[in-house]
Design a protein. Structure first.
Length: 147
């Protein structure tokens, strides 16, 4: 493996690491989005339960107020359904991004292992060449006879 090839693989590894960092950043944003959507849904569901509890305690409600209560509950239920859909979409985007990050991470790991392998190969080539040069020098040096 030549020094230039090793250098090119190093560049590829650095690019892959940058892509992995970017994928990690996007994944973090997706996680934050899922948590925010889940929090909104929890708040809406809690509000619905509290509102139902307040109204069931009020037995003497006039018909107009009862109709307003029913419409509000219907509207709140629709809002909860819409929020559930938003949460499902946020989770889907999260899973897609997690897959992209895993692929990016795998690419980076593969390039790192390959670079390590090539660097070790390069070191072996250098060591073998140096050993050969030393052997050649020794073989060319006339042997001195002891007195």
């Amino acid at each position: 493996m030549t020094k230039n090839k090793l250098k090119r693989f190093g560049e590829l590894e650095r690019l892959a690491e940058g892509e992995e960092r970017e994928a990690s950043r996007r994944l973090k944003l997706r996680i934050e989005d899922v948590l925010a959507q889940r929090t909104k849904l929890d708040q809406l569901q809690t509000y619905l339960q509290e509102y139902r509890g307040e109204q069931t305690a009020n037995k003497n409600v006039d018909p107009a107020r009862w109709e307003n209560y029913r419409r509000f509950l219907t509207q709140l239920s629709q809002t909860i359904e819409a929020q559930q859909a938003q949460l499902a979409e946020a989770e889907s985007r999260y899973h897609d991004e997690a897959t992209r990050w895993q692929e990016s991470h795998a690419r980076t790991e593969t390039l790192s292992r390959l670079l390590e392998k090539y660097a070790a190969e390069r070191q072996r080539e250098i060591a073998n060449r140096e050993q050969k040069e030393m052997d050649d020098r020794v073989s060319r040096t006339p042997a001195t006879k002891p007195d």
